[in-house]
Write a protein that binds this ligand. Sequence first.
Ligand code: NAD
Length: 472
Amino acid sequence: TSAVHPVMADNKDVFDTREASLLVRELRSIFKSGRTKSYDWRISQLKGIERMMEEREKDIVEALHLDLSRPELESIIAEISGLKSASKKAMKELKKWMMSEKVKTSMTTYPSSAEIVPEPLGVVLIISTWNYPFLLSLDPVIGAIAAGNTVVLKPSEVAPATSSLLAKLLDEYLDNSAIRVIEGAVPEATALLEQKWDKILYTGSARVGRIVMAAAARHLTPVILELGGKCPAIVDSNVKLEVCARRIIAGKWAANCGQACISIDYIITTKIFASKLIDALKQALEESFGENPMESKDMSRIVNLFHFKRLVGLLDEDQVTDKIVLGGQRDEKLLKIAPTVLLDVPEDSQIMQEEIFGPLLPILTVETLEESFELINSRQKPLAAYLFTNDEQMKKKFVQNVYAGGMAINDAIIHVTVPGLPFGGVGESGMGAYHGKFSFDAFSHKKGVLYRGFEGDSSLRYPPYTQKKQTL
Ligand code: NAD
């Protein structure tokens, strides 16, 4: 995921720094007019998103199919329902979120009162990625709107059908004077990043995350970086194996063919249990995708030839090829790779060095599962870590000792749907979080306000600092 992608072929009008600067100026004047701050404006925009998801489901599913050959139901569950519930929740809770929060004061300010007032930041930039291109574009937009900001969204050029649909739909359903879509690739993103924003939320690779953060630093702009990493799943031998295997499939191949930031990247299990787990995966894979998964309509394809070749390259590394225990087939014309399981690939192989982001699943084996905590912690902190076990003690130790952006126990991926949980990485997997109220907070400034009257004015703090005052 670290190469520069080609600029969109049909990118007629180049959007340059001058235009980017004009755009920000325009949005800043709209923000200053106060238009986006009212409760009514925020609600009307959130309603617009909800209506868009309801009325244009077919177009969205189609665009996602064009970009990823994504099965319809997977798109509905993973992107459309997610956005519907995110906008519904924001509408339902917005009044509460916008309320200021009273806080206690101390003796030093007595008598007084204080409150925390959430205020919008201003003009925010959202740069998103291609793997869940609708969800990962609009989910942050929901937060930015709910918090009362003006927004520029730059979708990913790697999912061009979705990118152009987003541009069209946002124009049609939302207030175009305050919410804009700029399509394009690196040149457009670069022109945007040169501007002064009040916040940037970026979703994508850590390599570009560094570019975004460096650009933001020039203007002291705060960033949320939603990055990736290698998400591990530990599998204990005491699990209900059939259910566990199905959930691994849902957390890998049924998640956009493994092209998900929180899909399972590799599994760790015990040496003795590995073959049982592989048998269970084999059976569950057959039940899900039939005997010839390359022909299955129930799994997305690899997004483009660049990523196809990257994944094939990981599989064809000498020390890796003979570790394949399931799958391995590929079809360059269709950009398809079969669900592939590998056993005990070497730690220094490329497949264990970079985020896989595709349908390949290495299983590493250890003598005892406790060793796996150290193995995970010896690597960069992942965006998610998973544990499948029935052992309560083990669950506790896992949560307390393993470092990760988020976790799910006895499942994978679906923790992302719990609106009360913050979604975000730590360390190399990112910084900051959003979803539910966290999205509102991500795009708000929490202004601390102290209120005083003119009574009870102690002279202690005023000069002259007499001897008498010092002994008080
Ligand atoms: P990508 O190629 O779509 O890039 C992401 C965005 O960065 C695009 O809008 C692109 O135009 C822009 N971009 C690319 N190069 C740039 C540059 N030099 N300067 C400025 N902008 C630039 O996506 P990707 O990076 O291949 O995304 C995959 C990565 O994203 C994986 O690591 C994955 O784990 C991560 N991801 C994270 C999340 C999350 O929510 N944390 C979600 C999905 C994907």
